[in-house]
Every structure is written in structure tokens, then in C-alpha cells.
Design a protein around this ligand. Sequence first.
Ligand SMILES: C[S@@+](CC[C@H](N)C(=O)[O-])C[C@H]1O[C@@H](n2cnc3c(N)ncnc32)[C@H](O)[C@@H]1O
Length: 460
Amino acid sequence: MFGAGRIATRRVERLQAAGARLTVVAPEASDDIRRWAAEGRIEWRSREADITDVAGAVLVFAATDNPAINERMAAAARAAGIPVQRADAADESDFLVPALIHRGPLQIAVASDGTAPTLSRRLKAQLETWIPRAYGDLAELAGAFRAEVRTRLPAAARAPFWHRVFDGPIAEKVFAGRYVDAQRDLEAELLAASETGAEGLETRVGEVYLVGGGPGDPDLLTFRALRLMQRADVVLYDSLVAPAIVDLVPSDAERIHVGKRASRHTLPQPDINTLMVDLARAGRRVLRLKGGDPFTFGRGGEEIAELAESGIPFQVVPGITAANGCAAYAGIPLTHRDYAQSVIFVTGHLKGGELKLSWQELARPGQTVVFFMGRRALSTICRELAAHGLPDDWPVAMVIDGTTSHQRLIVGSLSDMPAREAACDATGPALLIVGEVVRLHEKLGWFDPGRVAGQPISQS
Ligand SMILES: C[S@@+](CC[C@H](N)C(=O)[O-])C[C@H]1O[C@@H](n2cnc3c(N)ncnc32)[C@H](O)[C@@H]1O
């Protein structure tokens, strides 16, 4: 390797991982190269390149920042019959180094035949985000069972067996970090398949993905959420989930709207729970898609309790809760250290017209309080907080339809917020943020909802 800068260091790292024996020739070197040399993992000749350095090499990389040196070393390598790669001139190289994606034993190479290495790297970056890290673990698991599968299953049953493993709960367990469970299930599956033959593979139990869809902006979905959404064959979604997010579910998946905006429940909670169990038992891959985060005022715990009791495989994917999403898009850092040392998430949902909260604890300076479902109880909330000691001019923000192109932000104080809210005609989900951090919005507000949809700005 001639050169020891950024590109050379990356190459040396990759080549080491592939088991190559390496000699680096360069007067100066990156910290990594110095360290590897000090550890005896590579040889570093700390001097200018010389054509005699190519002797004994099986591959030569000319990766200095001096094209003349690269050219001279490439010529010396060629004269000695050694293939050479020039970092500064792909078309003068004897071989190409593709952009590589590593997932354990799996390797995916992206190459453009030397025409557009930058494009290859961009594609690689996109693929990196699409292929979960745990694919390496999955490949290792498959590798560990490959010989046994060959011995125990007839040739025709092997490919369907592996498809089922890669498509089903076993792979999902690996992705969720439950490698040991996945291993145990794979053993059981193999036993069942070897006893029942190919027909046994058809009687599968489905699974449930309880996924947080975030507060509204589809870009806030996690990679895992998106991947599972695209695997589902039936989706149960709440009213709170933005249509743009439901649209990301495959068009051939069955969509069941189970409602739930305040008291207008389309389907009662026990029925939703039972429906999920029934669908999974029928072998379906069920996506239970919820707004925000399923475990933050989302009844996620109740929904999976029945699955756990019924032995249905499931996994939970966290979402960005409305508290974090709305705060970020309103430019309100919930715990800016100059103003708030803690943050409390609390429900403002009225039960029988009442709101029973520990007002004494909520009405304290030095903290931020976020009220979910608090719009109807807004007057009560403002009145109680003031009655328990917060000043009348204590800042309050209401974010309606946060993170979407319809976001509205109303900023006021405990004394005038109810009147400001009454004057607002937007009816979407609303979050209240109470605390001094609200004032930071004036300086830190950045989101312009109008720009998202190409519509006029609707924040007030
Ligand atoms: C039943 S809770 C569900 C919360 C959800 N699990 C979460 O983590 O965001 C519904 C409440 O969340 C808040 N909410 C959800 N999405 C919102 C949004 N896009 N903008 C403002 N508030 C939102 C509202 O307070 C709404 O009444």
C-alpha cells in the first residue's frame, strides 16, 4: 500500500479484515496506521515510496496524494506482473475495489465498472440503511444449521424451509436481538419439517408487530418500523396514525381502521386484542400500527399482554412520541439545562369530567410538563397549575398536528391560553407543553409547516 492517508487507511482496514498481510509505505501515516503498525498487525515503512517496494507483493495499491508517485509505483508493479489499483485513476487500474457492505459473513459489493465510484458509494450508503445489522447474525445462524438441514430435509423441501425462516418470526427474533430464542425455534422448526415434510411448513402461526408510527411526519419512522410495515399482510391502525404513514403499507395488505380518537372508539380495546390474536393464529403477519410510541400513553402494554398469554410471537418497535416530535418541531428543547432539570409526561384525559393529578408536583419551577390529551381539560390544567403556585404568566405552548404540514403552534401563558385555544379552529391532536423552555421557541423555532406541503404557513 503506497500512501497512508484517509483512503489508504480505509483500504488497509478492509484488507486486514479480509486476512491480508500488509506493508504500508509512506513517510507520514494516519493514527490508525501507526497504531496497527505498533501492534504488529501491519508493517509500516516510514519513508518515501520506492519502486523496489513492490517486490514480493501480490497486489499493489497506489493511494498517495501525489499522482506522479502513484503512476511510478503502478508502472513498477505492472512491470513485475503485479495487479495494481490506483486510487486516483480507476481507469488505469487492473482491478476495482467495490463499495462493500458487511453483515457478518454476508458481503454485498456495489461497483460501477470504474465509471462512477461516488455513485457506488452513495448507493452503498442507501443500502446500509436498508439492510439491518443483524443480517450478519441471521447468516451465521443459517450457516450453523446448513449441514443439518441438508441431512434432514429432502432437496425439494430445503428452499421453502429457508424462505420460511428468513421471512418469519425466526428472522425477526434475530433482528430483535433474541438470537438464542431464534436458535431454539429453528431447531424446533427443523424437527417439525423433517417429521411432517413439506406440508407441515404450511401450517404456520403468524406474528404481530406493534409499531410506533411516530407523531405524523413519515420521515420520523425508524428503519425497523418501515421494514416491518412493508412485510405486513394485514394492518390495524388508529385514527392518530397519519394517512401518509398508513400509505407506506403495501397496497395489497388488508387495512383495518380500529379508530380511537378520544371517545370515538371504532373497536373496543378487548376486541382489538382478540382480533390480533385471531389474525396471527390464521398465519397472518399483523402490523399493529400506533401513533407516536406504543408504550407512551398508547396502551401498547395491554395489547401485547394478550398476545403473550396466547403464545403469539410479537415484537415492539418504539416510535418517536408526540412529546419529542412536537417539541423538536416547535423549537422547544424540553430540558434546556438553564430552565428545566426534568420533564414529566402526563395525561390530561378527563375521566368522568374530572382530572385527578398531583398538581402540587406538577406546579414546580425548574421542570417541563407535557400534557397528552389535554385539550379538553385545558382550562382546568391552567387554573390548577396557577392555583398550586405557578405564576399567571408561566409559559404554555399548544402544538396541534405536530410534525405535519398542518402543524399549528399556539404560545401563551397560564392566564391567556384557554382564550387563545378557543380562537383556534384546528381540530387535530394537540399536545401541551408547560414550562419556561417554551420561551426558547422564539429563538429556536425552525419548522415551517407551509414549506412541507407547499402551502401557506399555518403556525399562529
Ligand atoms: C392516546 S395519546 C397517544 C400518544 C402516542 N402514543 C405518543 O407517543 O405520541 C394521543 C395524544 O397524543 C398527542 N399527540 C399525538 N400525536 C400528536 C401530534 N401529531 N401533534 C400533537 N399531539 C399529538 C395528543 O395529545 C393526543 O391527544
